[in-house]
Design a protein around this ligand. Sequence first.
Ligand code: GLU
Length: 293
Amino acid sequence: MSAGRYAPSPSGDLHVGNLRTALLAWLWARHSGRDFLIRIEDLDRVRAGAEQRQLDDLRALGLDWDGSPVRQSERLGLYEAAIARLRDEGRVYECFCTRREILDAPTAPHHPPGAYPGTCRDLTEAQRAERRAERPAALRLRSEIATFTVQDAIHGTYEGAVDDFVLRRGDGVPAYNLAVVVDDAGQGIGQVVRGDDLLASAPRQAYLATLLGATPPTYVHVPLALNGAGQRLAKRDGAVTYAELREAGVDVFALITDSLGLTGASPRELLESFDPAQLPKQPWVFEPPVSSG
Ligand code: GLU
């Protein structure tokens, strides 16, 4: 049986919207009889102490997980092996473009907005040698398709753009889109529950999974938490973390379960009546109490 997972980035504390997504990922996994794994996505922007506080907050919410959390920073060899495999198959090329150059490049009609325009796709070896002297290359996937379709439990059949996305950044760090696919495949993840801000990335990731010989997971992209102004909830909105809300006298578990229309005093209790079809399909608007700090 495949597993479900929650994969936080330890760039800061989780806010109540992140905790809500974590609870949903746990419910979805346990409801379908799956193991539930935690993966720390620490390839980027790590804040001291954040990983421990995130795990403490997930535990405080009553979540449990199978095995120890894995850290992406300890799996670099796996990402490099995947890149080597794709490289051997001729699916990788070096890219020397800066962000500015990509933004300024004319977009071809068959490229969706924001897609990499393919500037470095067909450089000659001599051109590459010249550009290498300027800056370290990023590695991009030589994608053979323009769109890919995934199945999502909330969004149904979803087709989205697949461009020549980055596999390894110019600074040598594996890109999120590569690491997430290598890990989901390697850890036996068959169900990915996460915020719907990542829905548009799912086709790229599912396509890459197929290139690496894996079956793409079933996706469940859940609505995000928004602030009163309709923007994605953030730390600056006031008391939004577990600790801040407790400080303000809020029962965080009850707040989250109310927002989901669920009743029960613990995640296990929620499972008894959990029905994925009944979950809200709209974003959750949360107006945090203004924190004194
Ligand atoms: N680490 C990502 C985040 O915290 C989530 C990635 C994923 O679930 O695929 O936003």
